[in-house]
Design a protein around this ligand. Structure first.
Ligand SMILES: *Cc1c(COP(=O)(O)O)cnc(C)c1O
Length: 346
């Protein structure tokens, strides 16, 4: 089913067999991987687990993602790059993305010599399902990337629309759910994978779980796709320090839930405050941990905030998003400092 979609050289790849993947029995003496002998059998002197089993078992328990359906990337970025390299033939295949959206899909396509087809969102910043279906039919992209909640608009797309697109698409449909923890009543596309193995879902521990520095992205997919990813990825792509940091973050799920709740509350309050400012023309309703606003002069506001030592994201270069600024929801103190700066902006 998936095999016919794969790059022929990935389909035929003979994977690197790492020292640690050639045995499964418990071992006392590890003389197989040319590591340093000082530091014992589980220290930083040892190579990391290529399968990230301890972390993935914890994910199964905390995030209800079955072990046979998950793989860990060095951030979602590596997963996006890998998916393109697994499925797209350079100079021949294309990916389809909504615009505006997260920027790395097109960058990774371009680093692989893969064309990017852009389909604009509707004026209300929803997915233009008709335009997408028509373009899929006509251009046959190898991967369709859909980001929900979308970065930088904060908008969630209905699962029914995503399902219809994924069914019509004979290639891979990759749903990036990086911000799903911040969305109310979110319906994940993970539920589509069983009946449609061409659906893959991207999650990350960089946002709600608070370990962006550890670079931990999650691929959730049909076991067949997972096996190909495992075979094609760099064997030691996720460091043992990162695997441990992710494990710890998942152990504190209660704290994460509390932080997400607090972030959403602050998002609501801050959005109302923004709407009351005379120079703010539009506050885009957000289901993520950021808010997008349209102002009279985004560049002037951006430069002013930089002069106050506050960095936000100017998204004005994106189509349909002229004079927009994306603001991450930070701590209470950070939002207070931002409010003071905005109050003094003329
Ligand atoms: C932040 C973000 C990610 C996370 O990327 P990592 O490489 O896992 O840190 C993924 N997708 C979107 C849309 C994002 O905004």
């Amino acid at each position: 089913m998936i095999e016919r979609l794969l790059n022929p050289w990935i389909r035929d790849l003979i994977p690197y067999s790492s020292a640690r993947s050639e045995f499964s029995a418990p071992a006392d003496i590890l003389l197989d991987a040319n590591e340093s002998w000082e530091g014992g059998n589980s220290g930083i002197n040892r190579y990391p687990d290529p399968l990230a089993l301890k972390l993935r078992k914890k994910m199964e328990e905390v995030l209800s993602l079955p072990l046979s359906m998950t793989a860990i990337g060095n951030g979602s970025d590596e997963i996006i790059d890998m998916l393109i390299r697994m499925f797209c033939i350079p100079g021949k295949d294309s990916i389809l993305i909504e615009r505006p959206t997260y920027g790395t899909y097109s960058v990774f396509a371009h680093t692989s010599g893969v064309d990017v087809i852009n389909v604009m969102l509707t004026p209300s910043l929803d997915l233009d399902a008709d335009a997408m279906l028509e373009t899929i039919e006509r251009k046959k992209p190898k991967i369709v990337f859909i980001c929900t909640p979308n970065n930088p608009t904060g908008r969630v797309y209905p699962l029914s629309v995503i399902r219809a697109i994924a069914e019509a698409n004979s290639g891979i449909t990759a749903i990036d759910e990086a911000y799903c923890d911040f969305a109310d009543g979110f319906e994940s596309a993970v539920s589509l994978i069983n009946s449609n193995p061409r659906v893959v879902v991207l999650r990350t521990l960089s946002k709600a779980y608070g370990v962006a520095g550890a670079r931990l992205g999650i691929l959730v997919s049909d076991p067949d796709v997972q096996r190909v990813f495992m075979k094609a990825k760099p064997p030691y792509n996720v460091s043992s320090l990162s695997q441990e940091a992710g494990y710890k973050a998942l152990c504190e799920a209660e704290k994460v839930r509390e932080r997400v709740r607090e972030t959403k509350e602050r998002r609501t309050a801050f959005s109302s405050y923004l709407a009351s400012l005379p120079f703010v023309e539009e506050v885009f309703p957000s289901q993520a941990n950021f808010v997008l606003i349209r102002v009279q002069n985004a560049k002037a506001l951006y430069d002013y905030l930089v002069s106050r030592s506050i960095i936000v994201r100017n998204r004005s270069s994106e189509p349909m998003l002229d004079n927009t600024i994306r603001i991450t929801i930070g701590s209470e103190e950070e939002m207070q400092a931002l409010k003071e700066a905005l109050d003094e902006w003329k």
